[in-house]
Design a protein around this ligand. Structure first.
Ligand code: C2E
Ligand code: CA
Ligand code: CA
Length: 554
């Protein structure tokens, strides 16, 4: 079909394009085939790296902003149009944005002819990858609309709040009941939230299973919390009325607009995402109010994680194995050392293991670092044994290493490599990790025992202190944690309890190590328990290998 001349000149069309531009997100254009001239709405220049919104030498100039790989396809299509082989142009290809990214567009247009002679092509360009303004699943407006609304309504001074809501464990609903049912839940949840909106508020679907209430009128965080609670109740009611077909909860992150002063839209989204994540981290089905200090901690954790990763990939630079003396109460001499990990960086100085070990465990980096630590410690022990032959080395092993790496082989190989008598190597595992003990832990325990390696139950007294475990696992040593020791010193009842536990452990033939002895009076009190070993600042603080050798070996 040939489109016949409508009587509009190219100039008139250009004027019409300018008139329509403010009302459109798409880009209307006209391609004057007689004069080889191209005119597109002026907004296109802001989005794509066009030489101008109007130019001659159309095909040649297109090469400047069309993604190179797509040029031949476009040229072929345009040549066919000019040659009159077809009248309709409909092509998916890429233009380059002002930020130099390839952007998928759909370019459509039809050729207008007069007496079969092609005059011009009139058409429109839409960005097909552009984010949806509306979301038909939840029936709400989407992120692009949220951004527009956010930027338009931001007031000075800023009032009100952002409340970001997220369904807890939505993935499970999708997995168990199918995505169609998941979509239904997204829709019903949107309805529940909508029912709780206050005058002047707007609701958007943020991403996947998250929603955002934008409130720019004078309302405070207490009102935000109340609103969150009402939403939670509404969802509870829906769950009940839906005959408990699916039971789910919702979390909320609240952010005062005041805290967003000067932030860009993407920063505002980051902070609201952080707030919602905090609510989920606090156990879900609750809400969290943004707090600058928490955010700083989060940023510190994130930076620290990056530094740990960098250290691992740079030959463990920044990690160090410290040694702390272990004292035998019979002879009052040092019989060994516990190896304790240290990490220091230029940015943070010395970081406490209490802070960085959980990050290593979370990321799995504890596997390479733990292996490195094991080798450092055994190497130190090998050196010390040249002077003190039966010197013992105690190594902390994390459960992540037990569950996710071949730790048994690593320990046995390292012990063999450094020619250490197995009985001089002590492996410490924490009591809390044994609860609900995994087969892999009992297997590790049995294998190491069989090889003659000593086993110590660390942190005893902080968790369940279950004597059943002691009986089943029969560790060689139980280490009484400092928190238990200090409680016992301060409180007679706690002391009696600790005393009874020591007696019981001794009657099971287990040896006891009292940790955290800091001064003579603590030592005097702890002596009453008749422990086998001491460890504490009173005898020596953890220190680098060189220092340990100077102070305790030579
Ligand atoms: P832990 O295994 O219970 O280690 C004993 C902790 O008590 C050490 O803290 C030590 O410095 C501290 N300590 C010793 N004597 C005293 C004292 O008299 N007073 C006080 N207040 N504290 C004392 P540190 O070195 O900060 O290590 C903390 C925890 O980090 C360790 O507790 C252990 O759970 C973990 N950790 C350290 N190094 C490693 C490692 O190489 N691997 C693994 N998986 N965990 C490690
Ligand atoms: Ca320990
Ligand atoms: Ca301990």
């Amino acid at each position: 079909m040939t489109t016949e001349f409508h009587g509009l000149t190219v100039d008139q069309i250009c004027e019409a394009i300018d008139t329509l531009t403010p009302c459109m997100d798409d880009f209307v254009y006209v391609y004057d085939l007689v004069n080889d001239f191209y005119y597109i709405s002026k907004l296109a220049v802001k989005r794509f790296c066009l030489p101008s919104n109007q130019f001659h030498n159309v095909i040649e100039n297109h090469a400047k902003f069309v993604y190179p790989a797509d040029i031949p396809m476009l040229q072929q299509d345009l040549e066919e149009l000019v040659a009159g082989k077809k009248d309709f142009h409909d092509l998916l290809y890429r233009w380059i944005s002002v930020d130099n990214d390839p952007i998928w567009i759909n370019c459509r247009g039809y050729v207008v002819r007069h007496d079969s002679k092609p005059l011009y092509m009139l058409g429109c360009i839409n960005e097909i990858g552009a984010r949806q303004k509306a979301d038909n699943v939840s029936g709400l407006l989407g992120v692009t609309s949220l951004k527009n609304s956010f930027l338009a309504e931001q007031t000075t001074p800023p009032d009100g709040y952002l409340l970001r809501l997220g369904i807890d464990n939505f993935k499970e609903i999708n997995e168990k009941l199918g995505t169609d049912y998941g979509d239904l839940i997204l829709k019903r949840t949107a309805e529940c939230i909508t029912a709780c909106l206050l005058p002047g508020q707007k609701l958007f679907r943020a991403v996947a299973d998250e929603y955002l209430i934008v409130n720019f009128s004078k309302r405070n965080t207490e009102e935000a919390i109340e609103q969150y609670k009402r939403i939670r109740q509404t969802i509870d009611t829906f769950v009940k009325e839906n005959n408990y077909e699916v039971i789910y909860t919702i979390s909320g992150g609240i952010l005062k607009n005041e805290q967003l002063c000067g932030s860009s839209f993407s920063d505002a989204m980051k902070l609201s995402e952080f707030s919602l994540n905090e609510a989920k981290r606090h156990g879900k089905n609750c809400c969290y109010i943004f707090c600058e200090k928490d955010y700083e901690k989060f940023l510190r954790r994130r930076l620290l994680s990056q530094l740990l990763k960098r250290a691992v990939t740079h030959d463990f630079q920044g990690f160090e194995a410290y040694l702390q003396p272990l004292v035998d109460t019979d002879t009052n001499t040092i019989y060994g050392a516990e190896s304790l990990m240290r990490f220091h960086t230029e940015e943070f100085g010395m970081v406490s293991p209490g802070e960085f070990i959980p990050l290593l465990e979370e990321s799995g980096l504890i596997i390479p670092v733990g292996k490195w630590m094991l080798n450092e410690a055994l190497c130190f022990c090998h050196e010390i044994q040249k002077i003190i032959p039966d010197f013992k080395i105690s190594i902390n092993i994390s459960y992540v290493q037990v569950l996710k790496s071949n730790i048994i082989a690593e320990i046995l190989n390292a012990v063999e490599y450094y020619h250490l008598p197995p009985s001089t190597v002590i492996i410490e595992l924490t009591e809390s990790g044994l609860v609900g003990s995994d087969q892999r832990i009992t297997k590790l325990w049995a294998r190491l025992k069989e090889k003659g390696i000593c086993l110590a139950l660390d942190d005893f007294g902080t968790g369940y202190s279950n004597f059943q475990y002691l009986n089943e696992l029969k560790p060689d040593i139980i280490k009484i944690d400092r928190t238990f020791t200090t409680k016992a010193i301060a409180n007679d009842y706690e002391f009696k309890l600790l005393s009874l536990m020591s007696n019981m452990a001794h009657s099971l033939d287990l040896r006891i190590c009292v940790e955290g002895v800091e001064n003579p009076s603590e030592l005097t009190r702890m002596k009453e328990l008749l422990p086998d070993y001491y460890q504490g600042y009173y005898f020596g603080r953890p220190c680098p290998f060189q220092e340990f050798q100077e102070n305790f070996v030579n």
